[in-house]
Every structure is written in structure tokens, then in C-alpha cells.
Design a binder for this molecule. Structure first.
Ligand code: UTP
Length: 269
């Protein structure tokens, strides 16, 4: 399977840091956040990864590129061990596309549509999973229980006071053998807490069929001038099933300075 990692956002909440350094390169443990996402893909058997970047964020792709001059120099100095663990990226084919204007998560993945061959995993960098299996592997496993090749989104039980920040799903039915897997009836973006159809919010992992990429341009720029994945999925629900999977483990939100600080604390536990 292929994976798209959209990392083109401006990261305004991390300014002024993000004037110079993409937030996805902030450290968590011994490596940058983005490397944890790439590890999550490798763990799930994904070997083709496409970064969606914006101008100035080339350093994200550079982190994963081979650097023969550095390798030669470190060999000469007998210090090759410093980059030895980067060898695991040799099995991955990296690709980069640009998103010129930041017009939403759907617009971001649309930039990679020519590269997409079949069902593709989408991983948003602000969400990381610790404990249990990594998020995207859980989705791939759950997908095997579904007969159709339709979309599947990662879900989390969200407290009522935070539900207005999420896309929230309406559940049609639960899978008999795997109740965490839900067939969806509808989705609402950022509902008022009293109108939320459930407490299950969509978090940053998806598996999308190629057909979602045909729908995205048709929905045009929707709310607030943005092209959103959720709007494409709402449209898709009219003709094919969309599922959600309530992921196991703890999710860390590294997208805000407070969330990042919290994630740094939890990562070391
Ligand atoms: P955010 O909504 O957190 O936006 O995007 P942001 O620009 O990164 O941060 P703020 O809101 O300005 O502080 C969530 C993820 O989606 C990507 C971001 O790079 C981030 O990984 N994204 C978002 C895109 O790639 N393109 C977009 O148009 C929007």
C-alpha cells in the first residue's frame, strides 16, 4: 500500500519557530515527529510514501534522503554508526509533491492524486499513537473485515467539551466480530456538542480508495474556502459504504504547543 503524509501546513500555532523549522521536525524522543510517522508506515508494510509539502519545508524530505557525501565523510572518519539507523529507509520509495496554497486537508492530498495507484493510507502528522499497534496498522487490519474497498477512518471517543473540534460520525452498525469497526451512516464537521451524532471523532488516519480522489475536485472549495476530506466522504457515503475503526492505544496531539509539550512528557513514560 502507498501512504500520503500531508505536511504542507503553515504551522502558525508554533510561530515563530516555524518561520525556520517545520513543526514536523520537532523532536519527540530521539527523532523528529515525522520520522515516527514514517516508522508507523514501515511497521504497517508500506513502502511508498508521498510527502505533500509547501515551499520552505523541503528539509522534511531531505531528512529521509540518502546523502552519499555525508556517508563517505563519516566512513572516512569511522563514524558511520551515527547514521546507521537511517538504513531502514532504504526499503522505502519517497516521493514529494507541493501544495502551493493551503486550502485544506482534502486539497493537500489531491496534490498527490496522479501518484496514487489504489487504496492509499493518509497520515496526518499532528496525531501519533502510542501503546498497542500503530494507528495505520490497526486500520489496515480492520479493512480486512470489510468486504468492499471503501474508505475507513480512524475514530476516537472524544469528551463532550472537545467534540466541537472534530469531524464526528453517525454510526449505522457495529461489525459483529469486531465491534470497534463501525459502518457509518453520516458525518458532521465540528458539531455543536448538543447536536453531535455520537462521541466518536475522526482522528488523523484514513485509508481512502482511489474514487475519493475523483470526488474531491467535484466538491470544490467548500467551507471557509477549504477542500475537506470529510465532505468527500459524506458525498461518497451516498454510493458506497464508509467505515470507522475505534483505534486502541493513546493518541498524542502534537499540533499545538501545549499538546506537543504533553506528548514529550508521555513519550518518555
Ligand atoms: P493543521 O490544521 O494543524 O494546520 O493541519 P497547520 O498549518 O499545520 O497548523 P496551524 O493551524 O497553522 O497551527 C494538520 C495537518 O495537515 C497538514 C498540516 O501540515 C498538518 O500536518 N495540512 C493542513 C496540509 O498539508 N495542508 C493544508 O492545507 C492544511
Amino acid at each position: 500500500m502507498q501512504a500520503i503524509l500531508p505536511v504542507a501546513g503553515l504551522g502558525t500555532r508554533f510561530l515563530p519557530w516555524t518561520k525556520a523549522v517545520p513543526k514536523e521536525l520537532l523532536p519527540l524522543g530521539t527523532q523528529p515527529i515525522i520520522a515516527h510517522l514514517v516508522d508507523e508506515c514501515i511497521d504497517a508494510g508500506i513502502t511508498d510514501i508521498c510527502f505533500v509539502i509547501s515551499e520552505g519545508k523541503e528539509s522534511i524530505a531531505k531528512y529521509f534522503e540518502e546523502d552519499p557525501r555525508l556517508t563517505d565523510e563519516l566512513t572516512r572518519r569511522d563514524k558511520l554508526h551515527h547514521i546507521e539507523d537511517l538504513k531502514r529507509y532504504d526499503s522505502v520509495r519517497f516521493h514529494t509533491v507541493y501544495q502551493k496554497d493551503q486550502l485544506g486537508d482534502g486539497h493537500a492530498i489531491l496534490q498527490a492524486s496522479d501518484w496514487v495507484e489504489g487504496p492509499v493510507a493518509i497520515l496526518f502528522g499532528d496525531d501519533l499513537f502510542i501503546g498497542d499497534a500503530p494507528g495505520v496498522r490497526q486500520l489496515i487490519e480492520a479493512h480486512k473485515h470489510v468486504e468492499s474497498e471503501g474508505a475507513i477512518v480512524a475514530l476516537e471517543n472524544v469528551p463532550k467539551e472537545l467534540i466541537h473540534k472534530y469531524g464526528v460520525v453517525e454510526v449505522h452498525s457495529e461489525h459483529e466480530a469486531e465491534p470497534r469497526l463501525k459502518k457509518l451512516k453520516g458525518m458532521v464537521e465540528k458539531p455543536h456538542p448538543d447536536q453531535a451524532p455520537s462521541s466518536l471523532g475522526i482522528v488523523g488516519r484514513y485509508i481512502l480508495p482511489k474514487s475519493t480522489f475523483d470526488i474531491l475536485p467535484q466538491i470544490g472549495e467548500g467551507h471557509g474556502g477549504e477542500i475537506r476530506i470529510i465532505d468527500a466522504l459524506i458525498e461518497q457515503l451516498k454510493s458506497e459504504p464508509v467505515h470507522g475503526y475505534e483505534c486502541k492505544g493513546t493518541r498524542l496531539d502534537t499540533g499545538t504547543p501545549e499538546g506537543y509539550r504533553d506528548a514529550v512528557g508521555k513519550w518518555g513514560e
